[in-house]
Design a binder for this molecule. Structure first.
Ligand SMILES: [Fe+2]
Ligand SMILES: [Fe+2]
Length: 151
């Protein structure tokens, strides 16, 4: 199966949308202060929770589309591409784990009695996920932009 232009374009579009959401998330995370007067931050915390819930819906389906329509196709181009596809799939598993722990921190924020600690956890896990997810997509965009795709 060859990489089709429509799949390559829709994958690129999914990256742009996800990047926008991650930048929103990063801005909200930057506005979250980890100690004292946490109640002043609840606006940021709510924004982070909204972003997190949305990412929980969109990221796994992006990974699934990408693996089937893009990575499995480019893996056939040669050993170097096969290694790239394997590496990206491995990163998907790690990123899914980071997203799950970020979402776990969102859930604990709603029930925790130690709000300050719950906010710190939320900030830390959110930043970890956002950083790694952005670098992952930048690496994919860089590598995939070197292919000329068929119509
Ligand atoms: Fe990916
Ligand atoms: Fe991707």
């Amino acid at each position: 199966m060859m990489l089709r232009r429509t799949d390559s374009e829709s994958n690129h579009f999914e990256h742009l949308t996800l990047m926008q959401h991650l930048q929103e998330l990063e801005a909200a995370l930057a506005g979250l202060v980890c100690y004292a007067e946490v109640y002043a931050n609840l606006g940021s915390a709510e924004k982070i929770c909204r972003c997190g819930k949305e990412l929980r819906e969109t990221v796994p389906s992006h990974f699934a589309h990408e693996e089937q329509a893009v990575l499995d196709a480019v893996a056939l181009l040669g050993p170097q591409w096969a290694a790239f596809a394997r590496e990206m799939k491995g990163q998907h598993l790690q990123l899914q784990g980071k997203l799950d722990s970020f979402c776990g921190a969102i859930e604990r924020l709603q029930t925790s009695e130690d709000l300050e600690n719950a906010i710190c956890q939320l900030k830390q896990r959110g930043e970890e996920f956002a950083d790694q997810m952005l670098s992952h997509m930048v690496a994919e965009e860089r590598k995939l932009s070197t292919i000329t795709v068929n119509a």
